[in-house]
Ligand binder design. Structure first.
Ligand code: GLC
Length: 735
């Protein structure tokens, strides 16, 4: 539609119709029991008003979305089409690894490809926007939604955020054959106190800006069409009512001019936060803070009209939000074609196609982190005598907690993949995922352990009997799919005790144990590290997880992933991350244990069990000392840092070479080191290659003592290595 016509449409709309456009309702409000009996009535929205809503979330499928669109447009005073949105985070029907695993690929192309296929499948299913990417920085493994993030580092998260937005939206102006992205959750939802879901966030403005905001900025710069507010407070002001966050930072500083939507009922929750006394006041705070669309609270529908009539807010404020929404709908082409890419024929052709499955299989393998491989017990040979044991051997719910439209039955389990290879193997479940009597309750399904203790004892005995007969054991363990995701905060981040019991029993009869860890978060795997000769952290690998695991443990694929989030020694260390600030008594490795007056624990190590950036291969890479083109850098020159990387092993493999920099002295305390560059190189055995990083002053900027974002002259240390603990370093000075 031409912009003038769009303007005329806006001018012709009643106030009530405009407010309706700023309301998003869940598809369940339009179910066949009739809207009034659905959740809409709980929101205080009368049946005749429900069709005024501008957007619906959670409907999917070409036929379903088309029917919903037709029904609502027919009842819309101006026939304005709905904006159809849904949570499609790591796949629509072809499910890719959870984003935390995708972060471990250290490869933006992995994120881009997953997002592209995800968007294409959802587009033919009639969707217009996805509530993704989630780009919240995460450093507390107790929080259940770490699985949705790409990890603990601002630089890596920024690369991944941009790649996901570009994959979701494509290059076409109107996201043709793709979706519009709704980046979330603005801001710093990933830093709740104590890792407790929805908890408050206490950050300095400097930490907010240096650690948490870069990934949102990267998504905005990549053109994200929408942004979602977060449930948490920033500086004790709920994000959804936070003018500083939304108008100053997001709109003014970042230049975001897209549609800002609240999270589910986040406007209504301003009352729970204690900053609004009623829905009217909640609506006033949110619209004043710049929240364009109210997701499932009803506060806008119930309160805005009266606020305008009372002169408390101006209609112009509402017009601004409605204009942004109409522009987005127009941009997507909904006025010309409200059904857009929806096609049940294309759904049949495209969804879970062989090509998409192959892509999911290749991508999943690139996310598995090899943490240990003693005696090079991996990869296995096809004629190895192997027992496959554990609750995840036949488990197909390996999609991650935010895969609403994916189906476990479409997943390939480890057993199915091994059998498909024609490998001689025997299998025993050994125990349940959850402890006896344990249950977990999710959005769409619940899970519980149905076995009695005596049944499990028999399962363990059978597993031990098999383990005793075979040379090697592949033991597939892990937390449940529902241990992470929204509402999945845990106070203990170990695998269920019943699985440790199985591990101990198997270890008694067979020491050649290879453990596969299924998880949505970094877990406390100290005991596994003690007893396993090899550990492959496979996260929640998605639809092709079993095949990707088989490809990896039998060596068709050589592991190359690196941890995107530190694996803590224990939950007591959490939050633990590589780029911690120095302190006045910073502990250096090897400090005298008798010296208690240092920044450390007296009962556990300071270092995580496995650090950010760590991951092994089936081959070995040597990285030479750093060569600097100069040890002096000026504000407008560049220093080149070069290393030679050699494959010293017997297999071709890929290494992720990482560049870290520390500002040795500055006007404020600075992190011990920060990731500033990544190079992925693939080398055949015996080959070597020079790897260059260009360092310039823009990489050294930070918020100084006056909160000015600039680089400060002085000494810097640079490291280049294959994880965040590398000591391969050199020094230069910024003059
Ligand atoms: C949820 C989540 C958000 C999701 C939204 C819609 O509460 O916080 O990530 O996109 O509601 O389902």
């Amino acid at each position: 539609m031409r912009e003038n016509d769009l303007r005329e449409l806006l001018e012709d709309m009643s106030l009530k119709e405009k407010i309706g456009q700023l309301t998003q309702l869940d598809a369940s409000c339009f179910n066949d029991e009739g809207p009034v009996t659905g959740p809409a009535s709980a929101l205080g929205i009368a049946e005749e008003d429900i069709f005024l809503c501008g957007s619906v979330l959670g409907s999917a499928g070409a036929a379903e979305t088309e029917a919903l669109q037709r029904m609502c447009m027919a009842k819309q005073p101006h026939g304005i089409p709905l904006l159809l949105m849904a949570d499609i985070i790591n796949g629509y029907k072809t499910i890719f690894p959870i984003p935390l695993a995708q972060g471990c690929s250290f490869d933006p192309q992995v994120a881009h490809k997953s997002a592209e296929i995800m968007a294409k499948e959802a587009a033919v299913a009639g969707l217009h926007v996805t509530f993704a990417p989630m780009v919240d920085l995460v450093r507390d493994a107790r929080w259940g939604r770490v699985m949705e993030s790409t990890g603990e580092d601002p630089y890596l998260n920024s690369l991944m955020a941009a790649a996901m937005v570009q994959g979701i939206q494509g290059n076409e102006k109107n996201y043709q054959d793709r979706l519009a992205a709704c980046t979330k959750h603005f801001a710093a939802y990933g830093a709740p106190i104590a890792g407790k879901e929805y908890n408050n966030v206490e950050l300095s403005d400097r930490s907010l800006r240096e650690d948490h905001l870069p990934s949102y900025k990267a998504a905005v710069d990549a053109g994200s069409a929408m942004m979602m507010t977060s449930f948490n407070t920033i500086d004790r002001v709920p994000a959804t009512a936070n003018k500083y966050l939304m108008r100053q930072i997001l709109r003014e500083e970042m230049g975001f001019d897209g549609v800002l939507i609240s999270d589910w009922n986040a406007v209504g929750e301003l009352i729970e936060h204690g900053v609004a006394e009623n829905p009217h006041q909640a609506a006033e705070l949110a619209i004043s803070a710049g929240v364009d669309m109210d997701m499932m609270s009803g506060c806008y529908m119930r309160g805005l009209e009266q606020l305008v009539q009372q002169g408390i807010i101006s209609e112009q404020l509402i017009d601004e939000s409605v204009w942004r929404l109409l522009q987005l709908k127009n941009h997507i082409g909904l006025f010309e074609n409200p059904f857009r890419s929806a096609s049940d024929l294309k759904e049949l052709e495209m969804i879970l196609s062989e090509g998409h499955r192959q892509a999911a299989r290749e991508i999943a393998a690139k996310t598995f982190v090899l943490l240990k491989n003693e005696e090079k017990i991996l990869p296995l040979e096809h004629n190895d005598s192997v027992a496959f044991i554990g609750p995840y051997i036949e488990e197909k719910t390996i999609l991650g907690a935010w895969s609403f439209f994916g189906r476990a039955e479409d997943c390939i389990s480890i057993r199915e993949a091994i059998e498909a290879r024609g490998v001689q193997a025997e299998y025993e479940q050994g125990c349940s995922i959850l402890n006896p009597g344990q249950a977990l309750y999710g959005f769409r399904y619940n899970t519980e352990n149905k076995f009695t203790e005596s049944e499990i004892d028999k399962m363990i005995i059978a597993a031990v009997g098999l383990a005793a007969k075979r040379d090697k054991v592949v033991l597939a363990l892990g937390e449940s799919n529902l241990h992470t995701g929204e509402g999945g905060s845990r106070g203990d981040i170990a695998i269920p005790d019943i699985q440790n019991k199985l591990l101990d029993a198997v270890y008694e009869v067979n020491k050649n144990i290879i453990v596969l860890v299924f998880a949505g978060r970094p877990l406390d795997i100290r005991d596994i590290k003690e007893k396993a000769k090899a550990i492959l952290y496979v996260w929640m690998p998605g639809t092709e997880g079993g095949n990707a695991i088989a490809d990896t443990i039998y060596g068709d694929f050589v592991p190359q992933a690196k941890l995107s989030m530190s694996l803590p020694y224990s939950v007591g260390q959490v939050p633990v991350f590589y780029s911690e600030m120095r302190t006045g008594r910073h502990t250096e490795d090897g400090a005298e244990p008798t010296n208690r007056f240092l920044t450390k624990y007296c009962d556990i190590p300071n270092d995580p069990l496995y650090p950010f950036g760590f991951g092994l291969s089936y081959t070995d890479f040597a990285i030479s000392p750093i060569r600097l083109s100069s040890n002096k850098l000026t504000m407008d020159t560049m220093v080149k840092a070069t290393v030679t990387v050699k494959n010293c092993g017997s297999r071709e493999g890929t290494e992720t070479v990482q560049l870290y920099i520390r500002d040795d002295y500055a006007s404020v305390a600075r992190p011990t080191r920060e990731l500033k560059g990544i190079r992925q190189i693939r080398l055949a055995p015996g080959n070597e290659v020079e790897v260059d990083f260009e360092i310039d002053a823009s990489m050294l900027r930070f918020y100084d003592i006056n909160m000015e974002y600039r680089a400060q002259p002085g000494d810097f240390t640079v490291w280049i290595g294959n994880d965040s603990k590398t000591e391969n370093k050199a020094c230069f000075t910024l003059v």
